[in-house]
Design a protein. Structure first.
Length: 144
């Protein structure tokens, strides 16, 4: 599964992560939201008209969630997210509900709002998302 590979790379990129091992989708669990945003990213890249800007935005949202996790728990968070995707990744209703709940939670968070408005989130996402890997216009924000 392509999203699991990107999911692992995203967790490896940051040094902050969090724990929680429940397999019931929980928008209060940052690892679950990271998995949900990865799921959303893949949805945006599927089909005849991929939406790269929204996909990169999902990477940014996942990065923001990862920064909310407790330091030093990257492996635990990665395992929790991978387990969640393994269990629910093919259940569109469950994953879309989790995605919407995580998005709503972030959108009501003043810290997220400030980071989003400043462009910090998209700038960080462009640096690690494979869509922008070697595309100078994408990395600079001129594209997508």
């Amino acid at each position: 599964m392509r999203y699991l590979v990107h999911f692992s790379a995203l967790f490896a990129t940051l040094s902050a992560c969090g724990a929680a091992d429940a397999l019931s989708p929980d928008p209060k669990n940052p690892a679950h939201c990271v998995a949900a945003f990865h799921y959303g990213r893949e949805l945006m890249l599927t089909g005849n008209s991929p939406n790269y800007k929204v996909a990169i935005g999902m990477t940014g949202r996942a990065l923001y969630e990862m920064k909310q996790m407790a330091a030093g728990e990257v492996p635990a968070g990665e395992n929790v997210g991978a387990d969640l995707l393994s269990k629910y990744g093919k259940n569109v209703e469950v994953m879309q509900n989790l995605l919407l709940e995580c998005r709503t939670k972030q959108n009501s968070d003043p810290s997220f709002q400030a980071a989003d408005k400043s462009g910090e989130i998209m700038a960080a996402a462009r640096k690690i998302d494979p869509i922008c890997k070697s595309d100078k216009d994408c990395l600079s924000g001129k594209k997508y």
